[in-house]
Write a protein that binds this ligand. Sequence first.
Ligand code: MG
Length: 220
Amino acid sequence: MVVVFDLDDTLYPESAYALSALQAVGELGEARLGMAGFAMELHRLFNSGHRTKLFQTAIASMNRPAPTAEDLDLFLTTYRNHRPDCLEWYPDALGLVKDLYARYPLAIISDGYLPTQKLKAEALGVGEWFNPVIFTEELGRKYWKPAARAYELIMKTFPGESYVYIGDNRAKDFIAPRALGWNTVCVRRSDGIHRDALAPVNGAAHHEVDDLSAAASIIA
Ligand SMILES: [Mg+2]
């Protein structure tokens, strides 16, 4: 058996990365545009569920003039290239990985902007546990999930095995592995950004769990 994991909100809370990156953007805005309180407003909006146009919304709610395209670009670049001091694993995820590591090959398939995903992976030290770590963006933007390419690469690397994918996003994580005959586990974390995403037809995971503490017995 080969056990393949998603990264964000499966192994660690994506919101922790987002808040750390927003802090960096906030401090930049405060220094560059003199917007005292920008970091705090970004955090407030994120924590109240805003996920799109966060920078513009924060600036508008602070009654500041709309940002220039150049400023927005700088904010986005800062966000995507943010290197967190450290990221904490979900303890149940680390426990599962340590448990499986001696018995099965472990791998990662992760979507997202490449510098960001690499910085997250580095901060978590995933290289110690997973090989390969596939960033779908490296294959090409069209190979982000739900594309099957990354899953097929795993099957080529480990032919003739059974395969499991463990992810959190019902909208895209399980469509390809299901079609390829993999077992699938969806972890629906209380703080997961995509916990309420809906599964398309044939896209639901075979198993759903609240955390990964019992996942080893499910996939055994
Ligand atoms: Mg995820």
